[in-house]
Write a protein that binds this ligand. Structure first.
Ligand code: TXA
Ligand code: MG
Length: 328
């Protein structure tokens, strides 16, 4: 079992930064979901991430840095529009995929020539990153802190539930309360002439187009040669993902005794158990994963979700839900 830090002082963050430097794992909050961190230049430490998550080793990891100034060392070149995005939305829920430098080894990129980088917008994450950079650290590799294919954790309790049995006494879990966004970052492929979305999130297509003045290619062309390849690269884009133990049904009438998640304006159908009643799409994103977890805690067999309509963040919510519903 790991060490659990709930009042993270500067000293505590320095201790956690040192643990990373020494090759141990530190789970930490970000504004999207909790991440399971390791020194992104340490092959042995990164191998433990895969072990603890039970994740296939050819899936690339996102490297987290404290500031745009640490980006340069990780990449070869960067198009103008990606600089614009980084300046505008970092720290924030956006990962940029760029041509990798020598520093981004195969054990981070899954052998690809690109690397995903992000500056998270969370004070504990940034404090940890600063402490780590101070010790000479280059970046923290961190996937979501869940077992492979499961629901991403949005609070420290959920991290303990997912990974507690797999972490060691020298690893840490930092408690920073609930993640504000609640869904994983938007992943944007910045290796082409235009930005391309690999995973939708809180930084949406209209936001990116407005910021860069460029058209975004939003979806993968299913007939392209890259398609199958791409699907294995972005593990969050696999069909079986973000799934609770309960079977998830979308936009259907619930049977009695099942869980129900919908916007507050939608009444709970007779016999269903309300797991969440968010007032807005933003709140929907924030509470979705913990509501799915609550369904599992209550040992519900089925969870019915009435999906929010519309563009923006609702697209990311429906993306994750369609994958949750594709399992079992
Ligand atoms: O919000 C987030 O992005 C969270 C927090 C912890 O930062 N992290 C996260 O990591 O969601 P993970 O590993 O659970 O999902 C990252 C996704 C994976 O599907 C991975 O395949 C993709 O990012 N990815 C990472 N590097 C990539 C690259 N170079 N090219 C394409 N996809 C990449
Ligand atoms: Mg994940």
């Amino acid at each position: 079992m790991s060490q659990f830090l709930s009042n993270c002082s500067v000293d505590a963050l320095a201790t956690a930064g040192q643990a990373l430097k020494d090759g141990f794992l530190v789970a930490f909050p970000t504004e999207t979901v909790y991440g399971l961190g390791a020194d992104a230049t340490n092959a042995t430490a990164v191998a433990r991430i895969y072990e603890v998550k039970g994740r296939p080793a050819d899936h690339p990891l996102i490297v987290h840095i404290a500031d745009l100034k640490y980006l340069e060392q990780w990449i070869l070149d960067i198009p103008e529009y990606a600089i614009v995005l980084a300046r505008q939305f970092w720290p924030g829920p956006m990962t940029l995929v760029l041509q990798r430098s020598e520093l981004a080894k195969d054990f981070i990129t899954g052998g690809q020539n690109t690397v995903g980088i992000r500056v998270p917008d969370n004070s504990l994450a940034l404090g940890l990153l600063e402490a780590f950079h101070k010790l000479g650290g280059k970046g923290i590799a961190a996937p979501s802190a869940n077992r492979f294919g499961q629901v991403s954790p949005t609070n420290a309790e959920a991290v303990k539930e997912e990974l507690g049995d797999y972490l060691s006494d020298s690893d840490f879990v930092l408690d920073g309360g609930s993640s504000e966004v609640g869904l994983e970052s938007t992943i944007i492929d910045c290796t082409g002439e235009q930005p391309r979305i690999l995973r939708p999130g809180a930084i949406t297509v209209p936001i990116i187009e407005e910021s860069t003045g460029l058209k975004v290619s939003n979806s993968l062309d299913k007939n392209s040669a890259d398609f199958k390849n791409e699907m294995t690269r972005v593990s969050g884009s696999l069909k079986v993902h973000y799934a609770p133990k309960a079977k998830v049904f979308l936009d259907q009438q619930p049977v009695g005794g099942s869980g129900f998640i919908a916007l507050e304006s939608i009444d709970t159908p007779d016999g269903a158990f309300r797991l969440a009643a968010p007032k807005s799409v933003e709140e929907f994103a924030r509470v979705l994963y913990s509501a799915l977890r609550e369904g599992d805690r209550l040992k519900l067999k089925q969870i019915y979700v009435q999906q929010p309509d519309g563009d923006g963040l609702a697209i990311a919510i429906r993306d994750r839900l369609s994958r949750s519903a594709n399992t079992n």
